[in-house]
Write a protein that binds this ligand. Structure first.
Ligand code: IMP
Length: 199
């Protein structure tokens, strides 16, 4: 049995390899598995998109396909950018532009009024066609200005109140421990181990 993680993102591959290491299962990227499918992420929820990605190739014996979908949900923006996080303000707009727009729309708001969360849904397609999902969040607030060099995407503007810093100011190890993706991945690992134990 092997795991194929349906992503082209090397950062995500590092995370899943680290978390799945103790299962002994080989973890391959799409590329390593020879898959070059163009996947249309046309779902309207994180769960829908994660399931679309995990199911793109179809169930195969000896392979568990795993995929995730994630994004930033800002309460004062009615949940935007949400599932459209990477496309917010246009696919080609840099994170300086995307973050600038969020800061502009939250001008005048303070504390809890700036509440936001990163969300992640992890989906797995098993050889028998069964689909399972795991969902987790990382709660925080939109900072007043960006800070930090770690992480990626919206991390420099995501303030973690209990740490007093943004998620771009904590180490990758610490972020894996508390992040939406780290938590959803660890839950998915348990789902996979339970599935394999029962086969
Ligand atoms: P996807 O899950 O690869 O479709 O990407 C979702 C988008 O959400 C990313 O491109 C980022 O804009 C944003 N995002 C998801 N997780 C994080 C995170 O941990 N830090 C910063 N931005 C994130």
């Amino acid at each position: 049995m092997k795991i194929v993680f349906m992503t082209g993102n090397e950062g995500k591959m590092r995370e899943i390899r680290a978390i799945m290491a103790d299962t002994g299962l080989p973890v391959l990227s799409m590329k390593e598995a020879g898959i070059s499918a163009e996947i249309d992420e046309n779902g309207t929820t994180f769960r829908e998109n994660a399931v679309i990605k995990a199911s793109a190739v179809g169930a195969q014996p000896d392979t568990i396909f795993v995929a995730d979908d994630s994004g930033l949900t800002v309460d004062a923006m009615g949940g935007e950018p949400g599932v459209y996080s990477s496309r917010f303000m246009g696919e080609d707009a840099g994170y300086d532009v995307k973050i600038g727009e969020i800061l502009r729309r939250l001008e005048g708001l303070t504390g809890e009024e700036r509440s936001a969360r990163f969300e992640c849904c992890m989906a797995a397609l098993f050889p028998d066609g069964e689909v399972r999902t795991a969902y987790a969040t990382m709660e925080g607030q939109i900072a007043y200005h960006t800070a930090g060099e770690n992480g990626f995407g919206y991390d420099p503007v995501f303030f973690l109140p209990e740490y007093g810093v943004t998620s771009a100011e904590i180490t990758p190890e610490e972020k894996n421990r508390i992040s939406h993706r780290g938590k959803a991945l660890r839950e998915m690992k348990n789902v996979i181990l339970t599935y394999l134990g029962g086969v």
